[in-house]
Design a protein around this ligand. Sequence first.
Ligand code: PLP
Length: 394
Amino acid sequence: NVQLAQRVKALTPSTTLAITAKAKEMKAQGIDVIGLGAGEPDFNTPDHIIEAAYESLKKGQTKYTPSGGLPELKDAIIGKFEKDQGISYKRSEIIVTTGAKHALYTLFQVILDEGDEVIIPTPYWVSYPEQVKLADGTPVYIEGKEENNFKITPEQLHAAITPKTKAVIINSPSNPTGMLYSKEELEALGEVALKHNIWIISDEIYEKLIYGTNKHVSIAELSPALKEQTIIINGVSKSHSMTGWRIGYAAGNEQVIKAMTDLASHSTSNPTAVSQYGSIAAYEGTQEPVEEMRKAFEERLNIVHSKLNEIPGVSCLKPQGAFYLFPNVKEAALLTGFNDVDGFVKALLEEAKVAVIPGSGFGAPDNIRLSYATSLELLEAAVARIADFVNSHA
Ligand code: PLP
């Protein structure tokens, strides 16, 4: 019996991965399961990015890079911020990391001491609380209510702040809800954060996946004061379909970025060189593939969203971004004989052969998360299976 450290004993394994593993196991047994658990685009990385990465390898750019990332990539990221957000950063205010996930991990490590609180709106991305705990911090949850499109209000934020609060996380558009904060909402939240002098951690990883007439706004672009108080987290994983390349970044306060870079120098050394060269092409080359992927997601969303709402006991707000639907299925669970949604999800997988993620893992136990990062054909089949399941058990 191995004695492991306290810090890992407290870790909650990812619910997303648990369901995905179960679905894979069923598939391996020859069972026809449709998986809607995926958190990654189903497209290959655009060709010009692959070419650029290949060229860099052939040129011998296969060595260690600076810990905080290649200066050329930092410049490409700076260019992206100028173009998209109209804000300028210096190289010393940017760190390139091994995926956005590790940017967040490193950030919590350098800003939190034991007992420091980080405000996490629910429903939340599963890694936030675990990463805060790994940095000896304490997650403090505030409920983004479904009637408020799963978003928090300035009053809620104000009420949750204590002398121990170090930061609040804003993830817009959100995983798992797909909801987007408007400029006015961000201004109001920003005012509270500024007044109490807490960091705003703005996770903008789904920035490029926005639908309808909606527009992505970064809280950092709203005023110089907010820019100073905000650490932006972003990366190429979702925008350029580069999840496996593992390139993300953080932008913000120079001292925080320096501390993160020092920590990286003793942990990862640097993000993978070839992936950094590919990412330069991602930002400096054509953005057409990004828009094509966005359009494909939007088409799927529009079709699947209305079909989902036709299922008895299912009600689904219309997401504004990302590639997830987050329907409330409490009624459908009750109709089919389950007291909780976790049981309903298990039956969906075992009987209807559709893998979805229970909302309990995101702090929203009445909901489920469906990813539409899969073909329209499979999506339509999956929703039909869910409808059949509910209709035949109701
Ligand atoms: N933030 C959110 C909200 C995410 O959903 C994800 C990936 O699922 C990440 C960050 C991490 O992305 P990356 O693949 O760049 O580590």
